[in-house]
Design a protein. Structure first.
Length: 171
């Protein structure tokens, strides 16, 4: 990506982030308009399409975001952007009731980025939506126990960690 395009894209991203932080639809719409114009000039640019997906998502147009997330992935999005794009796409599929696609997308994200707890938790929610409650609870509980500093939970860490993987067992 040339320097001039990078600067334009960085400005559009900053505008989108400002709109998201302030929950200001006029700023988000402006960012989306800028990004859409950039996409007309550079239709094969994965990062621009990814940013359009985020802008739509931030604006509450989740169904529209899906198209841009998919396009960005197909165009070879990589690294941290791919990580976030898979989360956005999986979450968008989940919230629109496309649970199987959500599970598939988020599972792919967890496989590629196993340390990303956000992907794991969204994957857990999608598993819940498909009736895979045991797997969903195991992932959620393990993430909780691996990240919490709560003394009362830490006291029971060994038991909770064991039970997370043996939820259906009785003695």
């Amino acid at each position: 990506m040339d320097q001039k395009l990078r600067e334009r894209l960085d400005k559009a991203i900053a505008l989108r982030e400002e709109g998201r932080a302030k929950q200001d639809m006029s700023i988000l719409n402006e960012a989306c308009t800028v990004l859409m114009k950039m996409s007309e000039e550079y239709p094969e640019n994965a990062e621009i399409n990814y940013q359009i997906g985020i802008a739509h998502d931030n604006s509450g147009f989740t169904k529209e975001a899906i198209t841009y997330y998919v396009k960005a992935i197909e165009q070879g999005l990589s690294g941290a952007d791919l990580e976030r794009c898979l989360l956005g796409l999986g979450s968008s599929y989940r919230i629109t009731g496309q649970y199987d696609k959500a599970v598939e997308t988020l599972q792919q994200g967890v496989a590629k980025f196993p340390e990303h707890r956000g992907l794991q938790i969204f994957y857990s929610m999608a598993l819940y939506n498909t009736g895979r409650y045991k797997e969903a609870m195991e992932i959620a509980l393990m993430n909780l126990m691996e990240t919490t500093n709560d003394e009362k939970l830490q006291y029971f860490k060994r038991g909770i960690t064991y039970y997370a993987q043996h939820l259906d067992e009785t003695w």
